[in-house]
Design a protein around this ligand. Structure first.
Ligand SMILES: *Cc1c(COP(=O)(O)O)cnc(C)c1O
Length: 340
């Protein structure tokens, strides 16, 4: 009666292309997007722009490249930028914000809640009119949902306050919306309600929605035109990218289904609490668990076929479309049986 097939809760990026995605990819109408435009990429970019409430959007191979392109446009050497502590652009992009985009990173404390700085902190840490020998703060980079804070959501009114503080301080605003779709579903507002006032936004198609590859970076027509040049500079121009964009178009039709991932995360969190775990209540599809020894817990979980990753000194589980409610029950059974 032992079923030990691994249950992969490491990330919502582990999903495999299903039949619908594969069929859309196989049937995609394509062109050479480096020479002129691939029609399916163009369709995806128009749809993404519409959903995100921007004038235009650009397909990019990864969220990391999307963020980097935006930061390269917004920053130059001698600048600094603000981002909430443990943001992806600070901790998970190999320092490219500094060594490629030229901006010195300045983390903001989470004094409004998990992953959320207050507008006062943004004002206090902005110095765009400093002396000639000082860094000039030029950009606020927000993250919604905040991955390192356990998929924490930034609600629209706080977003608006942070954007207003940035504007008052002469800063541009980039939103790392890798999981903006999750934030939108959790808050019950359209994604465009979470991008109000930003200069650029990056959103992933390969997290939770099931596309194997791809993100979009979006903003004004001027921004997107420049982003296309920077994408080429970074080696991110692709030829018949419609094959990949077709998967993204299917993905964008699936945003509502993320609510199921949020239900699964809640069920996982509640079950772990019943087993005595110390859990931060999930707001979206990420569950963080505080444990005495993260590596030991991860090894014990792996030994019973439950895969998770370390995140900000805790254990991170992520629910996604390739784990079912039954898989969550099975996860809890394994954790309970092994007394982890
Ligand atoms: C995953 C992630 C990214 C980067 O996306 P990739 O496609 O993996 O490069 C950026 N920001 C956040 C918040 C993420 O979670």
């Amino acid at each position: 009666m032992t079923n030990t097939a691994p249950i992969d809760l490491r990330s919502d990026t582990v999903t495999r292309p299903d039949e619908q995605i594969s069929a859309a990819m196989a049937a995609a109408e394509v062109g050479d997007d480096v020479l002129d435009h691939d029609p399916t990429m163009r369709a995806l970019e128009e749809r993404a722009a519409q959903l995100l409430g921007t004038a235009a959007a650009l397909w990019v191979p990864s969220g990391t490249m999307g963020n980097l392109i935006a930061l390269m446009i917004h920053l130059r050497r001698g600048d600094s930028f603000l981002a909430p502590r443990a943001a992806h652009v600070l901790n998970h992009e190999l320092g490219t914000a500094a060594w490629l985009a030229g901006g010195m990173p300045e983390p903001l404390e989470w004094n409004a809640g998990p992953g959320r700085p207050t507008a006062d902190v943004v004002r206090a840490q902005s110095d765009s009119n400093a002396g000639y020998d000082m860094l000039r703060t030029k950009l606020l980079c927000l993250e919604n949902t905040h991955n390192g804070a356990g998929g924490a959501v930034l609600p629209p009114h706080e977003h608006a306050q942070l954007v207003a503080a940035a504007r008052d301080s002469g800063l541009r605003v980039h939103l790392d919306g890798a999981r903006i779709w999750n934030a939108s579903v959790a808050l019950g507002v359209p994604p465009a309600a979470l991008t109000v006032g930003v200069d650029s936004v990056q959103a992933c198609l390969s997290k939770g929605l099931g596309a194997p590859v791809g993100s979009v970076v979006a903003g004004s027509v001027e921004f997107t035109t420049e982003a296309r040049r920077v994408r080429k500079m970074l080696g991110g121009g692709v030829r018949q990218g419609g094959v990949l964009a077709a998967a993204g178009l299917v993905a964008l039709d699936r945003v509502d289904s993320l609510a199921e991932d949020h239900d699964k995360a809640r069920a996982l969190a509640e079950g772990l609490v019943e087993h005595g775990w110390s859990i931060t209540a999930p707001q979206t599809n990420i569950v963080l668990a505080a444990v005495p020894d993260v590596q030991l817990t991860l090894r014990r979980l792996a030994s019973v076929g439950v895969l998770a990753v370390p995140m900000e000194g805790q254990v991170r589980f992520v629910t996604h479309r390739d784990v079912s409610k039954a898989d969550i029950e099975e996860t809890l059974r394994r954790v309970g049986d092994a007394r982890i």
